[in-house]
Design a protein around this ligand. Structure first.
Ligand SMILES: CC(C)(COP(=O)(O)OP(=O)(O)OC[C@H]1O[C@@H](n2cnc3c(N)ncnc32)[C@H](O)[C@@H]1OP(=O)(O)O)[C@@H](O)C(=O)NCCC(=O)NCCS
Length: 113
């Protein structure tokens, strides 16, 4: 069996410590990349680290000629993260009802590259 899934894991470091990360998945034969997970350590949030990390990763993706759309899922009640993504340029494309284990919906968002 062959796998054509590629994954990347980017970290943000401060004094040799990881303070934030983003993981990203793509699949050969598609033009889509999916942000799988993204977080900044609570002690380091609201200092611009998340925005810088996300912006750098988007720059890297935009240099990939095959990827024309990036996407992600975010909890409907994560109003800050939703706002964060909208400010970066993501827009809502659909909703997955009761996607999370506690019954919360997922908001699916895309951004064109
Ligand atoms: C989402 C997350 C990664 C953002 O990282 P961050 O480093 O805190 O974000 P930044 O400091 O770069 O913030 C960028 C902008 O977002 C806004 N913002 C940041 N934190 C905010 C908050 N708690 N409430 C409202 N707006 C906020 C601000 O406009 C900020 O710009 P400003 O500092 O110039 O005002 C971080 O909050 C986090 O790890 N949250 C928990 C995990 C999570 O929800 N991940 C997303 C799952 S889909």
């Amino acid at each position: 069996m062959k796998f054509f899934l590629h994954s990347w894991f980017y970290v943000s470091e401060l004094d040799d410590k990881c303070v934030g990360y983003i993981s990203l998945l793509t699949r050969k034969g598609t033009h889509y990349a999916c942000f799988y997970s993204f977080a900044v350590h609570p002690n380091f949030q609201r200092q611009g680290i998340g925005k810088r990390l996300f912006t750098e990763v988007l720059k890297l993706i935009s240099s990939d000629k095959y990827i024309n759309t990036v996407g992600l899922e975010v909890r409907a009640d994560n109003t800050y993260a939703r706002q964060f993504y909208e400010e970066i340029g993501f827009y809502q494309v659909s909703i997955k009802r009761a996607y999370y284990a506690d019954g919360m919906d997922a908001i699916c968002m895309h951004m064109s590259m």
